[in-house]
Each structure stands twice: as structure tokens, then as C-alpha cells.
Design a protein around this ligand. Structure first.
Ligand code: GLU
Length: 451
């Protein structure tokens, strides 16, 4: 099943459960615009190289299109379509006034020099200039893109906007104010008008959702104890394994570690480190090792003292099968599939990546009683904070980090409560419930052609 097929399967399951008008379903099954361009950049060795670039605008019934731009060798139209559909659902789950979109370039950015990466990023902004804008389509970072790349894109976009406006109107430089122009991209560096708290927002948001879930579970467990049935509880200090050590995985691990969860394994694209004694590792130490040695390796180092005996290296597949309480896939889609789902031992899967569980894997996992906190809720902290950034730029305001994170927490706790309540009411899993919440909102906004 292709990634877009997986996204459609999830959408259709929820649509069926809530008896969604088939005309609305049809609208949501079909991305509104598919844009594809070839970008040519001059490489450092003097040669020219072509890259495929995409922007899929899935739906804008609830507001401007919104979604990240991914730089990865696996990027293709099918993947971008799925990711764009997930954004439409995600923005509706957390009830922010945006639609859904996604972009990408088929490239391994690790193979580019800093200059080549900057040129490619600027070319992307130029190529899609006409379809982007604070009230049209607002990109953000995704896998392998970051505040610096958003800064380059914002800068390039502003240059074009300024030039076009000057040509059209003589001397007035901007059609809209400069900070409003910056609202074309979110997840920017602070210097380019980014928001405090945006970088850690996705990871922190996942932690907030997990804590909200554990409160519900404690209540459930107390009820079960009162009824003399088997309590539904995790260990008091739950163990966690995180697949992916990018911005999302790192900040999630940081917050979980500080709150007392035991991080027993974490991986990057090359492999994972496992804490054999399950004492729990500090992600900051692992990050230092990664920066110094280029890999998180099999040794755990605190300062210059490294322990290679009680820690070992495991593979990126093995991390998914560890006997932990909480498994956090925070890398790419489709890592939990029909061939490994029955080997997963975690009680909770917190989907910090987009689409890590295929529908076939989900069926197996749900039958085994695994609780899956879906991507469209678990990782929605990123786009929710993008909304706060957009709002600040549009109003020419600056909020401090505490303000941003407090609003984020409130938004996600509310979204979680609604999804949880819907799951109980509809007797369904959390993904279908999240889609049901989103579809209830989308159906108010989507216009269908009357026949
Ligand atoms: N790329 C992130 C996501 O998948 C953030 C999107 C955004 O902020 O627009 O949710």
C-alpha cells in the first residue's frame, strides 16, 4: 500500500464511522493542487545538478494551506500527497485556522555543501513564489529542514515580493508590512522573525499529549481497581525508546527525561544506543557525543568518561521491538508495518513522526491492545506553534517562550480531551477519534458542489 493509500484508508475509516457526506469525503480524498518543478543549481565543482521539488496543496477550506517542506532522497509525489492530507487533518484536530499542504525536494541534504543547500532552498522559494504567501500557503520545516533553511526561503521570498511591488507601484517597497511578509514561512530562526519556543514545540507537544494520556490512564486504572478488574497501568517511571534523534525526537526525549521517564534507547539514522540496565539516559549527553563523534554509537558518555559495557549498539529496527512501556517513532513513515507489528512490545506508541504505522500494522497492534496516539495529535505541537508564529508576524508582536509554551500546552490538552472523549463515545481507537474530531470541523467549512 502506498503512503497516500494509507492516508486515504485512515480517512475513509473515520468517514464511515461518522457517516460523513460522501461528497465531502470525495473533496478530502482529492488534493486541490499538485505542483512539481525541477530546480537546477550550480554545484561547488562547477557542474549543474537538477532536483525534483514538490508542493501539494491539499485543502484550504479552514484557512491558508499549511505544512512543512521535507528534504529527503525518498521524497516523491505520493509521499507529499499523503503528508499534505495529514496536515489538513492535523490543523483541524488542534483547531487552528489553516488548511493542509506539504512540500519537498528529492535530495540527500547531507551530501550538499552549506552553499549548495542555501542555493537549493532559495530556488525552492523562487520556484513556488506565486503560490506561497501569508494568506495563501505557509510552509515550515519538516524532515532535514530547519530554522536556517526557513530563514533563507523567507529572505528570498521577501526579495521577490519587494521587487515585484516596486515594479508595480514605483517606490513603495511592500504590499504588506515586513513582518507580515515573514509570515509566509514559519519555523524561522529568531533573526528572521521566528517565534520563541517553535524549535522545541513538536517534541514538547508530544510530551504534553503523553502526560494528558497518563492522567486518563490513572483514572481508568483507579476505576478498574474499584471494580476489581485488572488495572490498566504503566510502571510508575515508564521506560521509553525513541526512534529518531532530530529536532522532534531530541526535544521529546529532553522533556520526558526531565519529568522522570527512563530513556532506555534512542536512535539516529545510523543506529541506536541501548541502556542494558534500564537506568535511563540523559539525551543531552547523547547529543554531545553525537556532535563530537558524528554518531551516537554504543557507548554512553558523561563528559569525557564513557561507559561501553553497560550500553550497546542496536539497529534501527531492533529499537522498535524493545520491551518498553512507550515507543516513540520520531523519524519516517511506514516503520511499523505488517511484518514487524507483532514483534512490538510497547504498551503505548506515541507517533511523533508522520505516518509511522501502516494501516495493516495498526490493525495488528490494536488487536493486541496497544494504545496508539496518532501523529495528527501527538506531533501537532509543531504546527500549533507555527500558528502562534504566524499570528505574531501578522500582528507585529513578540511573545516570550513561557507565553508560547503555555498556550501550546492549553491547546494540546484541549485537543487531547476532545479526542479521548470522542474515542469513548464512538467506541473507537484514538486515530479514528482524532479524524472524527477533524472531520466534524472540516465538514462545516468544505463546500461541495450541489448536484
Ligand atoms: N512539519 C511539521 C508537521 O508535519 C510542521 C508543519 C508546520 O508547522 O506547518 O506537522
Amino acid at each position: 500500500m502506498s503512503t497516500f493509500q494509507s492516508a486515504l484508508t485512515q480517512l475513509e475509516r473515520a468517514a464511515k464511522l461518522i457517516n460523513l457526506d460522501p461528497r465531502i469525503l470525495k473533496v478530502l480524498e482529492t488534493p486541490e493542487h499538485l505542483h512539481e518543478k525541477t530546480l537546477t543549481i550550480k554545484m561547488d565543482n562547477g557542474s549543474e545538478q537538477e532536483f525534483h521539488a514538490y508542493r501539494v496543496q491539499h485543502n484550504n477550506s479552514r484557512g491558508p494551506y499549511k505544512g512543512g517542506i521535507r528534504f529527503h532522497p525518498q521524497v516523491d509525489m505520493d509521499e507529499v500527497k499523503a503528508l499534505a492530507l495529514w496536515m489538513t487533518i492535523k490543523t483541524a484536530v488542534v483547531d487552528i485556522p489553516f488548511g493542509g499542504a506539504k512540500g519537498g525536494i528529492t535530495v540527500d541534504p547531507k551530501k550538499l555543501s552549506a552553499r549548495e543547500l542555501e542555493e537549493l532552498s532559495r530556488q525552492y522559494a523562487r520556484a513556488f513564489f506565486d503560490i506561497l504567501g501569508p494568506d495563501k500557503d505557509v510552509p515550515a520545516p519538516d524532515v532535514n529542514t530547519n530554522p536556517q533553511i526557513m530563514g533563507w526561503m523567507t529572505d528570498e521570498y521577501a526579495k521577490l515580493a519587494k521587487g515585484g511591488e516596486q515594479r508595480a507601484k514605483g517606490s513603495t517597497p511592500y504590499a504588506i508590512g515586513p513582518t507580515q511578509l515573514q509570515a509566509t514561512f514559519t519555523g524561522k530562526s529568531i533573526a528572521h522573525g521566528g517565534s520563541e519556543g517553535r524549535e522545541e514545540a513538536t517534541g514538547y507537544g508530544g510530551f504534553v499529549v503523553l502526560e494528558a494520556l497518563r492522567v486518563k490512564q490513572r483514572v481508568k486504572s483507579l476505576e478498574q481497581r474499584a471494580n476489581n478488574s485488572t488495572p490498566y497501568a504503566l510502571r510508575p517511571t515508564p521506560t521509553v525508546a525513541v526512534q529518531g534523534f532530530g529536532n522532534v525526537g531530541y526535544f521529546f526525549a529532553e522533556h520526558a527525561h526531565r519529568a522522570g521517564y527512563k530513556l532506555i534507547s534512542i536512535s539516529d539514522s545510523r543506529g541506536a544506543i541501548l541502556d542494558k540496565r534500564t537506568l535511563g539516559m540523559d539525551p543531552e549527553n547523547i547529543m554531545k557525543t553525537k556532535k563530537e563523534r558524528g554518531t551516537i554509537g554504543g557507548c554512553y558518555c558523561i563528559g569525557t568518561v564513557c561507559d561501553c559495557e553497560n550500553y550497546t549498539q542496536i539497529s534501527n529496527e531492533e529499537i522498535l521491538e524493545l520491551p518498553v512501556d512507550i515507543l516513540v517513532p520520531a523519524a519516517l513513515e511506514g516503520v511499523l508495518h505488517k511484518d514487524n507489528a507483532h514483534k512490538v512490545k510497547a504498551k503505548i506508541i506515541l507517533e511523533m513522526a508522520n505516518g509511522p504505522t501502516t494501516p495493516e500494522a495498526e490493525r495488528i497492534l490494536l488487536e493486541r491492545g496497544t494504545l496508539i496516539v496518532p501523529d495528527v495529535l501527538a506531533n501537532a505541537g509543531g504546527v500549533a506553534t507555527s500558528y502562534f508564529e504566524w499570528k505574531q508576524n501578522m500582528a507585529g508582536e513578540k511573545w516570550n517562550k513561557a507565553q508560547v509554551l503555555a498556550q501550546l500546552k492549553e491547546k494540546l490538552e484541549y485537543a487531547f480531551t476532545e479526542v479521548w472523549r470522542t474515542a469513548q463515545e464512538l467506541h473507537t481507537d484514538l486515530r479514528t477519534a482524532a479524524y472524527a474530531v477533524a472531520l466534524e470541523r472540516l465538514k462545516q467549512a468544505v463546500t461541495v458542489t450541489r448536484t
